[in-house]
Design a protein around this ligand. Sequence first.
Ligand SMILES: *Cc1c(COP(=O)(O)O)cnc(C)c1O
Length: 380
Amino acid sequence: MKFNTKTIHGGQENIDPAYGSIMPPIYQTTTYSQSTPGGHKGFEYSRSANPTRTALEKSMASIENGKFGIAFGSGLAAIDAVLKLFKPGDEIITTNDLYGGSYRLFTSIFEKMGIKFHFIGMGEASNIENYINENTKLLWVETPTNPMMNIIDIEAVSKIAKANNLLLAVDNTFATPYLQQPLDLGADIVMHSATKYLGGHSDVVMGSLVVRDEDLADKLYFIQKASGAICGPQDSFLVLRGIKTLHLRIQRHCENGETVAKFLRSHLKIGKVYWPGFEDHPNHDIAKKQMKGFGGMISFTTKENTLESATKIVENLKVFTLAESLGGVESLAGHPASMTHASIPKEEREKTGVVDSLIRLSVGIEDEEDLINDLKQALG
Ligand SMILES: *Cc1c(COP(=O)(O)O)cnc(C)c1O
């Protein structure tokens, strides 16, 4: 099955044996009757499994070319579940240009529990080898990175992971499986904030993991059940519905993203524009190799390079909404230094380029002329 068919049919065989409904019913139930103790039809209690959630998990596994999908109540709950695979003394190597909430989870929760994190540049994958020791267990990669749009070579990192017997997890939230399939490139775990492009309509908070290895899947299903950070059936239904148009939406996000990135780059009031589709982007070749397109996420600075100049722009936008989050059908503008990345100390974030004048756009699927006109008037 090809990707554009998988988004609609992947893992959805025999979805409703009772009545043949095309979409799975929303099984708004906590429990399931048993004919005799233990005599159930695969479902006992909805923390462990719920048929609507299972339908979604199968879809998620299918679109990532994986075998097992595990859904959670948020992206961070999914990351939290991965970290619970480890114990005090274990070490994790991750990128220094990371989603702010992941950074906060690592440093404020799991560091206290005795896990050690190394936040490093992975632009050159070989740099990772400098930080590997006998306690290292996991490489955690985000690509494209948020918000600086750096690209990490997943295949190169996976070779290092395999050579050193480490797990490799990739946060694929920005790229989505339409553009990039980390399991095919050697990753062991793919993670999503399904809140973003998978859901796609800014109406659900959810997270997911997809793996191929059955032992790893069993451990993660156990954590899902034992820690209980699950998503509900209604939300599962909504994300399943979102996934059915993922390919169409991402195509348009890519087209509009390219138009907006080129417009910004040609504008006199703009400083730098970060978008992996530009041929002079430092990792453009890797992006071209591992991604099918360059997406609709763009960051830029103002030429003045001041907080005031950035504030004025985001306040003047009318079609773009000033808001956190990304990946919905509507265009959003964010100010990482004060919003999504406020939990990272100023010196730390400025080292990676998150300066006060940086604006991040999630370019939506509206008419591109309206988006360009909106940016023109806001910059004027
Ligand atoms: C939003 C986001 C997360 C966290 O997901 P939630 O659903 O908000 O918990 C993790 N990684 C990236 C790249 C994100 O954009």
